[in-house]
Unconditional design. Structure first.
Length: 224
């Protein structure tokens, strides 16, 4: 459904991404951020799905063409470890937001795993954003603190997650409440990456569909 495009970061560098447009011409935008595997078919499928739901959707390729197979967690960890999260957010992701904003549309940001952490950094550091939806990822405090969040934030987290643990989620949510931020967090009795339907071992269709409905309703409300 979508297509690979090139777009410019604020610093002028060209990067690639996967773009899927809504059927109407004046649609709001959603930038979709990959898991630690790279710009996978699962992420492209979710980007297509946002387009079908009425959003122009763009998934920037944060790994510049590198795609890690699902079984190779060591390679995925290495790629994620070598990613400059602040540069990726303030340049590549912000460039994607600016690309979708060209027609004056409001733009939201969402991401999964690694992309969930990037989403929260973006909610603190990308001025053109109007809303953010994070899936099972929270960055270290030096990258973004609860008090730094500048847009309405929705979060989806797994109770059986040993990476983005319930304790980390609870602490971040408490920080948001203490700072008076507009945020809502949901927990699911599921594993990390429960939205990824290409990974049968962790995919939970019921939880994924519930989260999807909440995310699209949230974006429809804040990007209208």
């Amino acid at each position: 459904m979508g297509t690979t495009i090139s777009f410019k970061r604020p610093d002028g560098k060209e990067v690639k991404g996967y773009l899927a447009n809504a059927s109407r011409g004046n649609a709001p935008g959603v930038v979709v951020i990959q898991e630690w595997w790279g710009l996978s078919e699962n992420i492209k499928g979710l980007t297509d799905r946002f387009a079908l739901a009425g959003f122009d959707a763009l998934a920037p390729d944060l790994y510049n063409g590198v795609l890690v197979p699902y079984h190779d967690t060591e390679a995925a960890n290495k790629e994620m470890g070598s990613l400059d999260f602040l540069d990726a957010t303030e340049q590549t992701v912000r460039g994607a937001v600016q690309y979708l904003k060209r027609n004056g549309a409001k733009v939201g940001l969402t991401g999964f795993c690694l992309g969930g952490a990037v989403t929260i950094i973006g909610a603190a550091r990308i001025p053109e954003l109007s809303a953010a939806v994070c899936f099972y990822g929270i960055p270290p405090e030096q990258a973004a603190k609860p008090a730094d969040i500048k847009v309405p934030l929705q979060g989806h987290f797994a109770s059986k997650d040993d990476w983005c643990t319930p304790q980390v989620v609870d602490a971040f949510e408490s920080g948001l409440k203490a700072a008076g931020k507009a945020a809502e967090f949901f927990r699911y009795d599921a594993d990390h990456a429960f939205v990824n339907e290409q990974r049968a071992a962790v995919h939970d269709r019921e939880a994924a569909e519930l989260a999807w409905g909440r995310a699209t309703a949230f974006f429809s409300k804040h990007l209208a």
